[in-house]
Design a protein around this ligand. Structure first.
Ligand SMILES: Nc1nc2c(c(=O)[nH]1)N[C@H]1C(S)=C(S)[C@@H](COP(=O)(O)O)O[C@H]1N2
Ligand SMILES: [Mo]
Length: 318
């Protein structure tokens, strides 16, 4: 079922390289034209000669609910934010080869009836995996359309039986400086942490992702388990989760701790509230270099989620 290539085997040993690279170049040229290809951002261009992963056929004609085309597997897996592996967009793909997402344990704690240490398999086993095409809108004003693979966080939370004191859920990324070279520097406070209000966590759009394009998550995308909250800026989507805690008070989150003037807890995508240093009105849909898309309120998911914030001043709760 899983077609992912192990990170330690050079791709050239598995894929008929010439065939695939040529096909991909042809597709890219047909889609955006030679001039467009020449303008691809550096981090995407750097992998031009790398071999892409062949993706399952069901993705060939898949579009988002707004009829957007999907970003390529290569875009999704070579242009990343994952500061545990470095701060450049191509660092996570380049520097995550030594990261070992198996075996994996998730420690659950706080206000719930089922705390404990769960093997990843026990977390995943009862759940039915599905494809979910979501826009990912980074606070840095770029975006992609990505077919995640996973299950609703709500289903896991129900199994863990939070008590009435659980107002928020808090997540932590694993700490492994040996395998995560970015953690040897103090760029951020490690571990990376994130949180959701319980109603946000229980919302049916909120996903625990284990894969992308129907295959296991590559390390650079947060293997083996990461959060996706599609109406919020990308930084809420914490990667490589090894702790889940049910808490009473609003928890800290890494980017807010790092700079609370620029980043808040809610981080709802909002074209009307600018970042202090740049506008959030438009976004650059990769691989474009230009802000060629209008940013949509709640990243286009307003009909489903606006009610969660009725009566809240979103310029204050950014
Ligand atoms: N642990 C951890 N999770 C993280 C980050 C990070 O640096 N560390 N970066 C976040 C940011 S800013 C974004 S935009 C998304 C990017 O996810 P992707 O690389 O899978 O597209 O991951 C988020 N999750
Ligand atoms: Mo981001």
């Amino acid at each position: 079922m899983v077609i992912r290539r192990p990170p330690d085997i050079p791709s050239s040993e598995i894929t008929p390289e010439g065939v695939y690279v040529n096909r991909r170049k042809f597709i890219a040229a047909a889609a955006i034209g030679a001039a467009g290809a020449a303008l691809a951002p550096r981090a995407l261009r750097a992998f031009e000669d790398d071999v892409d992963q062949e993706v399952p056929a069901r993705f060939r004609n898949m579009r988002s609910e707004l009829d957007e085309r999907l970003n390529s597997y290569r875009d999704v897996t070579t242009y990343n934010n994952f500061y545990e592996f470095g701060t450049d967009k191509d660092d996570p793909a380049k520097n995550s080869g030594d990261f070992n997402p198996r075996p994996w344990t998730v420690t659950v704690g706080g206000h719930c009836n089922r705390p404990g240490e769960y093997a990843l398999e026990d977390i995943l086993r009862p759940h039915t995996m599905e494809d979910r095409v979501y826009r990912l809108r980074c606070v840095e004003a770029w975006s992609m359309v990505i077919p995640w693979y996973g299950f609703p966080l709500a289903d896991l939370i129900r199994r863990l039986e939070p008590t009435s004191n659980a107002n928020f859920v808090m997540f932590r990324t694993v700490v492994r400086p040996q395998e995560m070279p970015g953690q040897r520097a103090r760029v951020l406070d490690w571990p990376y942490i994130e949180g959701l209000r319980m109603d946000e966590a229980m919302h049916p759009l909120t996903l625990m992702a284990t894969g992308v394009y129907g295959m296991d998550l590559p390390n650079q995308n947060g293997a083996p388990l990461r959060l996706i909250v599609p109406w919020k800026y990308g930084f809420k989507g914490i990667k490589s989760i090894d702790h889940i805690d049910f808490v009473e008070e609003m928890p800290d989150n890494t980017w807010k701790v790092s700079n609370s003037r620029e980043y808040g807890f809610y981080a709802n995508v909002n074209p009307n509230v600018d970042h202090p240093r740049w506008s959030q009105a438009r976004e650059r849909r990769l691989p474009s270099l230009f802000r060629n898309h209008e940013t949509l309120m709640f990243n286009g998911y307003g009909e489903q989620v606006a009610h969660l914030y009725s009566g809240m001043d979103l310029t204050r709760w950014y």
